[in-house]
Design a protein around this ligand. Structure first.
Ligand SMILES: Nc1ncnc2c1ncn2[C@@H]1O[C@H](COP(=O)(O)OP(=O)(O)OP(=O)(O)O)[C@@H](O)[C@H]1O
Length: 233
């Protein structure tokens, strides 16, 4: 059974009083340990697909299965448990500005019910993986845009998620920082985490040579193993 399965999923939004499908009868299977680039022009539905998978929003039609569970049927009170298995980095800033990096990572672990005993070692481990171990006492405003993304990545992997959702994690970063992030992602994926990354970064997609799913108007226009940006089959 695939780890993730979208079965004829549609998600509608309103646009000037007209209902339109941001995700349109989409079916997609992803195996555990896969590395998937989600590409497509602005408005194609990439973020919406990730938000459906994160269970932030629910589809009007179809079913989404993750590890044998139909996630749109998970009762509200059990959703935090589900989210613990899903690491997430979104385009919007996620760190609390008045807390240090270490405190930010502590807060997210508490919210996920991690025992106090292991929080400090988890924090250091996650920061080490992204090369930010020495930054635990810094505040977010002291960090560059790239360092912020690295800390957000540490925050996303702190509970060893099975699946990592990334929305434009390299946007507005210089190439070197982008490559640092791609190398870390490669390593996280090599250790078994499934990665689904929405991106416009052509060069990263082309050099990484992983699965490329292309969305057009909420539908899958291409799905290529070891693909290149813009390759449809
Ligand atoms: N909450 C919402 N309410 C209304 N429309 C929405 C909402 N969220 C997304 N949309 C619309 O759904 C469509 C898909 O948006 P989405 O953000 O998923 O695209 P995207 O491929 O991630 O784009 P980008 O590359 O610019 O991030 C767009 O037309 C967008 O305006």
């Amino acid at each position: 059974m695939p780890q993730i399965e979208f079965d004829h999923v549609s998600k509608y939004f309103m646009n000037e009083k007209r209902r339109f499908a941001a995700i349109d009868e989409l079916s997609l299977s992803i195996e555990a340990g896969d590395f998937v680039f989600l590409i497509g022009s602005s408005g194609a539905g990439k973020t919406t697909l990730l938000r459906l998978l994160a269970n932030h929003i629910t589809p009007e039609e179809g079913a989404i299965w993750v590890e044998g569970q139909q996630i749109n049927r998970i009762p509200q009170w059990r959703r935090p448990l589900y989210r613990r298995r899903i690491g997430q980095v979104w385009q919007e800033p996620a760190l609390i500005r008045k807390k240090t990096i270490g405190e930010n990572l502590e807060i997210v672990q508490r919210a996920m019910g991690v025992s106090n005993r292991v929080i400090p070692q988890n924090t250091l481990k996650a920061l080490s993986i992204v090369g930010m171990r020495t930054m635990a006492d810094s505040y977010p405003y002291m960090l560059s845009g790239g360092q912020i993304k690295l800390v957000e990545l540490a925050r996303a992997i702190i509970c060893n998620p099975h699946i990592l959702l990334l929305d434009e994690i390299t946007a507005n970063l210089d190439d070197d920082t982008g490559w640092d992030i791609m190398n870390i992602l490669n390593e996280i994926n090599r250790r078994g985490t499934t990665i689904i990354m929405a991106t416009h970064a052509k060069n990263f997609v082309n050099i990484m040579c992983r699965r490329v799913v292309t969305l057009v108007s909420g539908r899958i226009a291409g799905d290529v193993e070891k693909g290149k940006y813009g390759e449809l089959r």
